[in-house]
Design a protein around this ligand. Structure first.
Ligand SMILES: Cc1cc2nc3c(=O)[nH]c(=O)nc-3n(C[C@H](O)[C@H](O)[C@H](O)COP(=O)(O)OP(=O)(O)OC[C@H]3O[C@@H](n4cnc5c(N)ncnc54)[C@H](O)[C@@H]3O)c2cc1C
Length: 289
């Protein structure tokens, strides 16, 4: 590992100033479960590592009728232990609960997960399905980017030099809504998704018809992928096997996976359909509870 300086600013403006002065040669540290490994293995380098955990804004957790605001550095264990978030955002909790194990969840943040921008990141498809927005602070103020537009290629995202992901905002779920995220891995835990699917659905009052749905798939394209065609396939349709099959066909059609040591492209496309069906069925169960 190459030597670098370490700074732990206490305010956002201090952090932004440090990032600006570093002129692109700084990396941010939230939980460090990705970045420390990458620095140690020489996959990333920097002159300055800016630890953001002492900044109030990135530690915010607020969950009420207006929606959820998750500071970018809030660790997974704090999110999982918040009853309001568990009740209101089950699809997101499914994804967070899958990250690593207990030790990793003591540090890992949702902000770090999306900023690392792995195609297989578990929380990103769930954020997309839940209509999340990323709030970004930079030298010229703040801007917002929809979660589905945040990642642009493996390991790359829309953050410009000197910008920091401040928080992630998620709107409230509709009254007859349900959500789920699940993934396929070859082992029981501590592995990277071969395929992941996030689903949020809304039913009408009878519970017999879909009102709307949002679907996102992970590990089957260079970035986690929003699949609007899947939502269109179920909007206004009855809840039955035929509708669900159309949604599965849409996510499979959107998947453009590669073949690698974790799975072939054909297996990933097949799994996309299987997991989409399971995600819908679990989301339906939750919507009807
Ligand atoms: C053993 C192990 C198991 C794992 N299992 C999983 C898993 O099952 N699923 C999964 O998805 N991931 C997994 N990971 C990867 C990692 O834990 C997650 O991606 C985690 O959410 C990263 O969060 P972090 O806070 O540790 O990020 P960090 O490592 O601190 O940061 C990650 C990247 O984002 C940047 N960054 C962090 N915060 C910000 C910010 N606010 N603004 C701008 N850039 C920022 C950093 O500079 C870095 O490039 C695992 C890692 C390990 C070591």
């Amino acid at each position: 590992m190459e030597a670098f300086d370490y700074a732990k600013p206490k305010t956002l403006s201090e952090a932004l100033q440090l990032a600006e002065e570093a002129n692109g040669d700084a990396l941010l540290l939230a939980g460090g479960t990705d970045v420390i490994v990458q620095l140690r293995e020489g996959r990333k380098s920097c002159k300055l590592l800016i630890d953001i955990k002492a900044i109030d804004e990135v530690n915010e957790i607020s969950c009420n009728g207006e929606g959820l605001t998750l500071g970018s550095a809030v660790p997974a264990y704090l999110i999982k232990s918040n009853k309001d978030i568990c009740a209101g955002y089950p699809g997101l909790i499914d994804a967070i609960a899958l990250i690593g194990g207990t030790q990793i969840q003591g540090r890992a943040s949702v902000g770090g997960n999306i900023c690392n921008s792995s195609p297989a990141a578990d929380t990103t498809p769930a954020l997309i399905a839940h209509r999340a927005t990323c709030v970004i602070a930079g030298p010229n103020g703040t801007r917002e980017v929809a979660a589905q537009d945040f990642c642009v290629s493996p390991g790359k995202n829309v953050l410009q030099k000197g910008e920091i992901l401040l928080s992630i905002k998620v709107p409230p779920q509709p009254a007859n809504g349900g959500a789920h995220y699940l993934r396929f891995i070859p082992r029981n835990e501590m592995d990277i998704a071969v395929v992941g699917v996030g689903a949020c659905i809304e039913l009408d009052k009878s519970g017999k018809n879909f009102v709307s749905g949002r679907f996102a798939v992970g590990a089957v394209a260079p970035t986690p992928l929003f699949v609007p065609e899947a939502g269109e396939a179920l909007a206004g349709q009855p809840v039955n096997d035929e509708t669900i099959e159309k949604v599965c066909a849409a996510t499979k059609a959107a998947a453009k996976p590669i073949t690698d040591m974790r799975g072939s492209a054909a297996q990933r496309i097949h799994l996309t359909g299987v997991l989409t069906k399971r995600a819908i069925n679990k989301a339906l169960e939750r919507a009807r509870q």
